[in-house]
Design a protein around this ligand. Structure first.
Ligand SMILES: Cc1cc2nc3c(=O)[nH]c(=O)nc-3n(C[C@H](O)[C@H](O)[C@H](O)COP(=O)(O)OP(=O)(O)OC[C@H]3O[C@@H](n4cnc5c(N)ncnc54)[C@H](O)[C@@H]3O)c2cc1C
Length: 392
């Protein structure tokens, strides 16, 4: 804020750059859609059947109209007849389900021996996700969260790369006051640097017509040079905030974390988890040289980038190597106009070329939203529910 960034009391009131308290879908615990929508009265509805341990394998058709869904339960295939089907398997599995059903790029499907129901080249294309990296800090005693503090993510900062052709608010930091919900977790904090307006696009494709075969998911994060450039800007911005003289006194060391953060080394449940927590607490309380050696070995190819006596600057390549995807896959069954060959669904989320079939999840976003994706996905589901209720 000393650098002139605004502070927004409510992030939903503005799209301007600035700090805000991170909105969390949380009451006493994480508030996911399954828990919040499938309440006891909803589960008791006579027109609802929830089939656990069931996998949808493909949609079936009568000509160009939906006829049903083939499912797998306990190793057995069954067909359920349906006049209307809504696919909500997420941005990886919804396109896979459509592809297994014969909706996708005709040439690719033919090669796999899948009968074509609708030639839609956009199915599985256009994958988008937010890229991010983490810097972690060992906190001095006076900078640690009080034990009663509940939340993991405390604060967000939306800011702009200012590069030509890039929308405002394309970069994002979130600040977390702990790395684990165990007591030692408050001994470390983290700053994430993320790209919230990517242009890179990846692919989700089938390797085989066998529904048990693994999918080919090519994220292609940062494949567009503009994205790589902006990710470096975001990482350098995080570094400069942490190295600011007014902040630097809060911690002993800063580490660049690797793409796959080794959280399994410190988190876990049961006896093993308790033993790991004791070990992590002992490492964090150990003298500086030992602490740096143990953490340095655990986070390779991440590394120490600053301690109380020196800064060990990050190279651009190191920054790019440390970037991974957030849990925000999207855009693989994109909404688009009827004359857009890469569009998979129309603005009411109906699959082009097939009657009675919709997709309702993060896969229909034409481009990934510049925000976390859970609430936008819930909004998509609410809109599709409205479309189904009022067809006109
Ligand atoms: C660990 C984690 C943390 C996250 N934290 C946040 C956060 O803090 N804030 C935020 O905004 N977003 C967060 N997200 C992202 C958010 O959860 C997603 O954007 C959102 O859930 C996407 O919804 P979806 O319906 O597209 O897909 P999903 O939520 O993945 O739902 C798809 C469902 O379909 C099921 N499925 C898949 N294939 C089949 C099949 N063949 N047959 C039957 N069922 C199938 C899956 O099991 C799954 O239940 C997080 C995601 C993860 C994984």
């Amino acid at each position: 804020m000393a650098r002139g960034a605004a502070s927004h009391p409510n992030v939903y009131d503005t799209a301007e750059d600035g700090f805000f308290a991170a909105p969390l879908s949380q009451d006493d615990e994480r508030a996911g859609s399954a828990r919040c929508y499938l309440t006891a009265p909803v589960r008791a509805r006579r027109n609802l059947e929830i089939m656990a341990n069931t996998r949808a394998l493909r949609v079936t058709f009568d000509g160009t109209r939906v006829a049903g869904v083939v499912i797998e339960q306990a190793g057995e295939e069954k067909t359920i007849a349906a006049r209307e089907v809504v696919v909500s398997a997420g941005a990886i599995h919804s396109p896979a389900l459509l592809l297994h059903s014969g909706i996708g790029p005709a040439e690719d499907l033919r090669k796999l021996g899948i009968t074509i129901a609708a030639d839609r080249p956009g199915v599985g294309r256009n994958y988008q996700n937010h890229a991010q990296l983490h810097l972690s800090m060992t906190l001095k005693p006076g900078s640690r969260l009080p034990a009663a503090a509940q939340h993991y993510i405390m604060t967000g900062l939306r800011f702009s790369s200012g590069l030509e052709g890039c929308a405002a608010g394309d970069l994002f930091h979130y600040f977390t006051g702990r790395v684990s919900n165990k007591p030692f977790g408050r001994r470390m904090a983290m700053v994430a640097a993320a790209l919230y307006g990517p242009v890179s696009r990846g692919v989700v494709a089938l390797r085989s017509s066998d529904p048990n075969a693994s999918l080919n998911v090519e994220k292609r994060l940062l494949s567009d040079p503009l994205d790589a450039q902006r990710m470096i800007i975001a990482a350098r911005h995080a570094e400069s905030l942490l190295l600011d003289p007014t902040v630097r006194g809060c911690f002993e060391e800063i580490y660049l974390m690797p793409r796959q953060a080794p959280l399994r080394l410190i988190n876990g449940s049961g006896l093993l988890g308790a033993a790991k927590a004791v070990g992590a607490a002992a490492v964090l309380a150990s003298p500086g040289r030992l602490r740096r050696a143990v953490i340095g070995a655990a986070i390779k190819p991440g590394r120490l980038i600053a301690d109380e006596s020196a800064i060990y600057p990050m190279a651009d390549d190191e920054i790019l190597d440390a970037c991974g995807a957030m849990f925000h896959p999207s855009s693989t069954c994109a909404i688009g106009a009827a004359d857009n060959p890469m569009a998979v669904v129309d603005p009411k989320c109906r699959v082009y070329g097939i009657e009675g079939l919709r997709v309702a999840d993060a896969s229909v976003m034409p481009s990934i939203v510049s925000a976390n994706t859970n609430i936008p996905t819930v909004m998509i589901a609410e809109r599709v529910a409205d479309f189904i209720r009022s067809p006109r």
